[in-house]
Design a binder for this molecule. Structure first.
Ligand code: URA
Length: 447
């Protein structure tokens, strides 16, 4: 029997089919993605279907069909006019997870092209686009021709999903953010891979987060997601690797949009916190390796270190900011980034060691301060955030500050302060192990 033509499907039937555990055909998924993108299927029906997917899951075929439909909801860029390999990195989302701002200019300064399509804050996690927009004037909504021009001129460009590129992800991403439908490996895979396949990259490094601040709290779930994405990319002829990395505590010290830009500038200038610097070097090393710029990952790491030390990565960042309309005087002097004037310390009563941090709560604290969205129409406050002083394994004395909230008043800080107080676990003895930054790499060949 032949399938009904696309126009004969009804969203209600497809929601019920998924709700009852059925598998949708490629044509049915195509109908939903098209209807969501052109607005003919209302958000409430898409949200119901997304929730059914979260609860019931998807088959491999459904995931491939969803990725394909989302990828072809807009243009697939052809960047073959660029004279070197194109490579990108994407994270599944974390707290203080800001490596993209360092990696794009760093890897471009090493001779590869980095066409990066990123997202906004999602759930409790921060978004690259929101961080970039804390630089006054920075435009993440470039047209395709502007994106080409910036890439050609400085080797990297960072934009969001547009009406033209991955528009279905733009719509679904915002809807998932507001409806508790982020945490599905199938939806995350389709969201990430549709954008990444649309941007015309040759190779992709995936940073798949696991731990208390990640969407995939358990390592086995992170590995499942990583394998799903690697398989999807390889099927499309891309060089792929996925690193499973730790998100049991905020990465670096800063959580919040402008604060995170400031910390990235420190890294690009050769300073910054060690965990963030190490992860950036590790991810850059893999980008150089899968992009064919170095023979081994170890060579890639050496190259990344040299480029940062030479000042070329920072220079490249300034150039990209300038080309995308950003005010480079704030890059030269980050004290001019948007800043909140009020500070509230979060302290602990007892002395001891930090043994765990409920990292998702740290991200949520930043969202409720205004650093993220609670409704689609909310605007993000670039200035607010949290500066983390104590991480897992650190010794603390009674009354010492664990972190400091950057905000506009005590009243505004109160709910975030409560969340942060509850998120730290302090014990008399130090933890047996500190979390290791990179748990493993999922890659088929020698490296
Ligand atoms: N990043 C994305 O682009 N999409 C997701 O669903 C999660 C993280």
């Amino acid at each position: 029997m032949t399938e009904p033509s696309v126009s004969r499907f009804r969203a209600i039937d497809l929601i019920r089919k998924k709700r009852d555990g059925g598998a949708l055909s490629a044509a049915e998924i195509q109908y939903l993605v098209k209807g969501c993108t052109d607005g003919s299927i209302p958000d409430y029906q898409m949200a119901a279907w997304l929730m059914a997917v979260v609860l019931r899951g998807m088959t491999r075929e459904e995931t491939a069909s969803l990725t394909h439909a989302m990828l072809h909801s807009g243009e697939v860029l052809d960047l073959s006019f660029l004279p070197a390999k194109k490579v990108d990195k994407h994270s599944t989302g974390g707290v203080g997870d800001k490596t993209s701002l360092v990696l794009a200019p760093l890897v471009a300064a090493g001779g590869l092209f980095v066409p990066m399509i990123s997202g906004r804050g999602l759930g409790h996690t921060g978004g690259t686009l929101d961080k970039l927009e804390s630089i006054p004037g920075f435009r993440v909504g470039l047209s395709v021709s502007e994106f080409h021009r910036v890439l050609k001129a400085c080797g990297c460009s960072m934009i969001g999903q547009t009406e033209k590129i991955a528009p279905a992800d733009r719509k679904l991403y915002a809807l998932r953010d507001m409806t508790g439908t982020v945490e599905s490996p199938y939806l995350i895979c389709a969201s990430i891979m549709s954008k990444k396949l649309a941007e015309g990259t040759d190779a992709l490094v995936l940073d798949v987060k696991t731990g208390s601040g990640a969407f995939m709290k358990k390592e086995e779930d992170a590995v499942f997601l990583a394998e799903l994405m690697v398989e999807t990319g390889e099927r499309m002829g891309k060089q792929m690797v996925a690193l499973i990395t730790d998100m049991n505590q905020p990465l670096g010290r800063m959580v919040g949009n402008a604060l995170e830009v400031q910390e990235c500038i420190e890294i690009l200038q050769g300073g910054g916190p060690e965990d963030l610097r190490e992860l950036c070097l590790h991810l850059a090393a893999w980008m150089f390796f899968v992009g064919g710029a170095t023979k081994t990952v170890a060579d890639g790491k050496r190259l990344a270190e040299e480029i940062i030390a030479s000042g070329k990565a920072f220079e490249r960042f300034r150039h990209m900011v300038e080309l995308q309309g950003g005010d480079i005087s704030v890059i030269n002097d980050p004290t001019r980034l948007p800043a909140a004037e009020h500070r509230v310390d979060v302290s602990n009563r007892q002395a001891g060691y930090v043994t765990a941090i409920a990292c998702e709560q740290v991200g949520t604290a930043c969202v409720i301060l205004g650093g993220g969205r609670e409704r689609q129409e909310d605007s993000v406050d670039p200035a607010v955030g949290i500066v983390v002083h104590k991480k897992i394994g650190d010794k603390v004395s009674a009354g010492e500050a664990l972190c400091t909230i950057h905000c506009h008043s005590d009243q505004q800080a109160a709910p975030a302060k409560k969340l942060l107080e509850e998120s730290y676990q302090i014990a008399v003895d130090p933890p047996a192990h500190k979390p290791s930054l990179v748990h493993r790499a999922i890659y088929k060949g020698e490296h």
